[in-house]
Design a protein around this ligand. Structure first.
Ligand SMILES: *Cc1c(COP(=O)(O)O)cnc(C)c1O
Length: 245
């Protein structure tokens, strides 16, 4: 993708985001656009940064750490915020807490326990989204809605974990309208949790990807995670560890 193609993609996304946000009664700024940069090299990432993107998502620690260093070499892209969106093994939790602004993929209680401990060791707080497998797909990670309601009383006790909200990866479908109920269910689960726990569960909804972000915003998304809509199709082969596989 050339720089001008990336800029055009971002402009098109912003137009669609603004329209969908307006339909849900919110301004463009109420929806954070995260550029998902897995398999994308530092050049196009910097193009997106210069086009105004500040939030970037990566799903593999080994790929992300050297790339982040390269993007930010020599004081470049100082305002970039990095979000971890992939399956996180406990033994990599420390590196992720050190490097990333938020973790969108807290999908099990033992990971929350490890993150709390690592954050305490490092002396910082860690901002997280709790990942929910709304549609109950066996291939996907995330709490079931029922399990999340069960463990939430324990999770909100963690002092270093700041729960910004809930996250989901919707099923792959032909027509994005088919996943509207998934987004609506995540929104309702968030409301249920906030009714019980107040602000200890944040109001964030990290939902919507390249094929379904317009519908997700209409259903209340506060963060959308876009890879292909900004950077074009990814190479087919090296998608190790992608959520859902
Ligand atoms: C890859 C990925 C995305 C972005 O996917 P696109 O379909 O390219 O927009 C979003 N969220 C997660 C968790 C991902 O792994």
């Amino acid at each position: 993708m050339s720089r001008s193609e990336i800029v055009a993609n971002i402009e098109r996304v912003q137009t669609l985001v603004a329209g969908a946000a307006a339909r849900s009664g919110r301004p463009l700024e109420a929806v954070q656009i995260m550029a998902v940069t897995k398999t994308v090299q530092h050049g196009p990432i910097l193009d997106a940064y210069h086009a105004g993107i500040r939030d970037f998502g990566e799903n593999r620690v080994q790929e992300a750490l050297p790339k982040i260093a390269e993007v930010q070499a020599g004081g470049r892209a100082k305002e970039a915020r990095w979000h971890f969106i992939g399956t996180l093994q406990s033994n990599k939790a420390r590196r992720v807490v050190e490097t990333f602004a938020t973790i969108h993929s807290v999908d099990r209680s033992d990971l929350a326990i490890v993150l709390e401990r690592e954050a305490k060791n490092i002396g910082k707080n860690v901002a997280v989204y709790l990942e929910v497998n709304v549609a109950g797909e066996p291939s996907k990670s995330g709490f079931s809605p029922e399990d999340l309601l069960d463990v939430a009383p324990a999770l909100v006790q963690f002092r270093r974990l700041q729960v910004l909200g809930l996250m989901t990866v919707a099923p792959l479908v032909q027509d994005p309208e088919e996943v509207r109920p998934v987004f609506r269910a995540l929104h309702e689960l968030r409301d249920t949790l906030r009714h019980k726990f107040g602000d200890r569960i944040g109001a964030g909804l990290s939902m919507g990807m390249s094929d379904d972000y317009v519908v997700a915003i209409e259903e209340g998304a506060t963060v959308i995670r876009l890879g292909r809509a900004i950077f074009g199709a990814r190479p087919a082969a090296p998608e190790r560890n992608e959520v859902g596989l």
